[in-house]
Design a protein around this ligand. Structure first.
Ligand SMILES: [Zn+2]
Length: 295
């Protein structure tokens, strides 16, 4: 096969979801969100990225976002490129990265959705009606799509876009278990899912010291690919998709590990991490992480 054109890529970043709670008001009645101490600024959801990788005619979308509105706006953004969406790839099982899938597939019925088998299993758990009702529907009332669908399991280690390999690389635990990234060797691109964060507080609520080591090892794995661009699952809009975010993410995990070992309460952990990272987006996520590791 002759490869006639380079692939291109672009990133869509969802806006911050809206509620801002400052601790004097109760947060949503959902564990982790209902006991914000005074002064904790909290945005309901961090900005989420979705990546479109395009050839001459066809395109692949990575992670179809969360809410109905986000997915509809994303679909319009894809349609405006004029590309033929063939595939939607899902990096990991957290619902904020795939609840929008049904909306995207309704708009592009010729596309198929793919994920590695372990991620498909986590997607199944995430779309379980009871899980949705007990958490997501309370946190984001009326905003989670009615039709939640899961991807088909990949039977290979990747798929193809106009003759270019797109490789699904299993990373193990990062901000949850069984996460992956999508590597596009021909253009030096890694779409990292939540293995890498770009100027947004990391979600460490599923971590312990061993899992944090596993996350750092996953970042080492990505770095060994020597990518020219790394797209974070959560990023501050407009910030470059620079590989230096690999080390920034590792450093945040190391700092969290060190401060966790040196403190006794969630509030101390939160305050000391915030002193190191005063400007990262969505400190509410830091509070949730702190409270989870120091219940
Ligand atoms: Zn995640």
């Amino acid at each position: 096969m002759t490869i006639t054109a380079q692939l291109t890529w672009d990133v869509f970043v969802s806006p911050l979801e809206l509620t801002v709670v400052d601790g004097r008001n109760p947060g949503p009645a959902v564990p982790g969100f209902d006991d914000l101490p005074p002064g904790v600024q909290y945005e309901t959801w961090s900005p989420i990225s979705s990546t479109l990788i395009a050839g001459q005619r066809d395109a692949v979308l990575v992670d179809p976002l969360m809410t109905t509105t986000q997915a509809r706006v994303l679909a319009g953004w894809i349609a405006a490129t004029g590309k033929n969406l063939t595939t939607v790839y899902v990096t990991h099982g957290h619902g904020d990265h795939h609840f929008g899938l049904g909306v995207i597939l309704d708009r592009f019925p010729g596309a198929r959705a793919l994920a590695v088998p372990a991620v498909v299993e986590h997607m199944r758990e995430a779309v379980d009606p009871e899980a949705v009702a007990s958490f997501w529907a309370q946190l984001l009332p009326g905003q989670i799509p009615e039709r939640l669908v899961v991807a088909e399991p990949l039977t290979d280690d990747g798929f193809d876009l106009e003759g270019h390999d797109l490789v699904a690389l299993e990373l193990g635990h990062t901000d949850t278990d069984d996460t992956t990234c999508l590597h596009v060797p021909d253009i030096g691109l890694v779409v990292a899912g939540d293995a890498v964060y770009n100027d947004v507080h990391l979600y460490l609520a599923e971590s312990d010291p061993d899992r944090r080591k596993a996350w750092i090892a996953a970042i080492d794995t990505i770095e060994a690919l020597e990518p020219g661009a790394v797209i974070s699952g959560h990023k501050r809009a407009g910030r470059a998709d620079d590989p230096r975010t690999l080390e920034e993410t590792r450093q945040y995990i190391r700092d969290f590990d060190r401060v966790d070992a040196a403190t006794t309460t969630a509030r101390e952990l939160y305050d000391q991490m915030l002193a190191i990272y005063p400007e990262r987006v969505n400190p509410g996520v830091l509070w949730i992480s702190a409270r989870a590791v120091k219940p």
